[in-house]
Ligand binder design. Structure first.
Ligand code: HEC
Length: 264
């Protein structure tokens, strides 16, 4: 029992270490660097209205501009801070700040848009810009790096588990959206979507949320996963895109198919 507990603690420690790494940069430390180096132009609240901004053309970037900032990854910002923007007031900080300090300040400037976004309460669409990148036929989840088809019911019908595989194979043959590595998602991959919807404070009808933010034809019904249900060969896991309920379904029954590709 004690041994088991130790393993649990170790596993938790690893999970925390990984999430700390992927967050890259310490916003609290970044704030100190920001106040010393950046505030004069970008302003105390990150609005691009610092004391020196009046004489600058172009004006310093407004970090509370959520539409702009949602297009910028941490890497993009890091690059600008490192290399500067030629012929503007934005100098390269490669020599003035260490790599660690540049990541810290990037973590801090990203908090301005996060704050602006959460104060624009109730506007779910804005939150979603942050997590998903919508293209014509595909949607990239920035968090999981999975690429989903934008249309969550391309087949326009439910089908058996076997037919679901056949359908995905057909998509690959057709190079749907230019790719030939579409697959049926695992149960864990489907759950990343329902967890997201739940995290948005939705109590149900996740399909409505997904359709509202830019997906198409997300059905208020069950979706097939590729995962075997409790080691059974006759059943596979399904997820209801209504409120995230998961269950095992006999493979000869029917569900919808939402293909995915990529991932971490
Ligand atoms: C002398 C004024 C000045 C200072 C000081 C300054 N910046 Fe800038 N910064 C600018 C200007 C002007 C721009 C806009 C450049 C443009 O429009 O292309 C900019 C743009 C940026 C961008 C690009 C945003 C985007 O569009 O992707 C980032 C990131 C940035 N600054 C971060 C910082 C950080 C971090 C610091 C402090 C370490 C800092 N800046 C200090 C003037 C300044």
């Amino acid at each position: 029992m004690l041994k088991k507990l130790n393993i649990m603690v170790l596993a938790l420690a690893i999970v925390f270490a990984i999430s700390a790494c992927s967050a890259k940069g310490d916003a609290a430390k970044g704030k100190v660097i920001y106040v010393e180096n950046c505030e004069i132009c970008h302003g105390n609240a990150g609005k691009g209205d610092g004391a020196a901004s009046a004489v600058l053309n172009p004006k310093p970037t407004d970090f509370t501009n959520t539409a702009l900032m949602s297009k910028r990854t941490a890497n993009d910002l890091f690059k600008v801070v490192t290399k500067g923007v030629p012929n503007t007031g934005m100098a390269p900080y490669e020599k003035m700040l260490s790599e660690k300090e540049r990541w810290d300040v990037v973590a801090y400037i990203r908090t301005f848009a996060q704050k602006a976004r959460s104060s624009a309460k109730g506007d779910a669409a804005k939150e979603d810009d942050e997590r998903f990148i919508f293209s014509d036929l595909t949607v990239k989840d920035k968090e999981t790096r999975l690429i989903w088809t934008r249309d969550a019911n391309i087949a326009d019908k439910e089908m058996t588990w076997k037919d679901a595989f056949k359908f995905v194979k057909k998509l690959n043959k057709q190079k749907y959206a230019g790719y030939s590595d579409w697959r049926l998602p695992t149960i864990e991959e489907l759950k990343t979507l329902t967890h997201y919807a739940k995290g948005q404070g939705n109590k149900g009808y996740y399909n409505d949320l997904f359709n509202k933010i830019g997906f198409r034809n997300v059905e208020a019904y069950s979706y097939w996963s590729s995962s075997a249900y409790d080691g059974s060969t006759a059943y596979a896991w399904i997820v209801f895109m209504v409120a995230g309920h998961v269950d095992g379904l006999n493979k000869t029954f029917t569900s919808y198919v939402w293909p995915v590709r990529g991932g971490k």
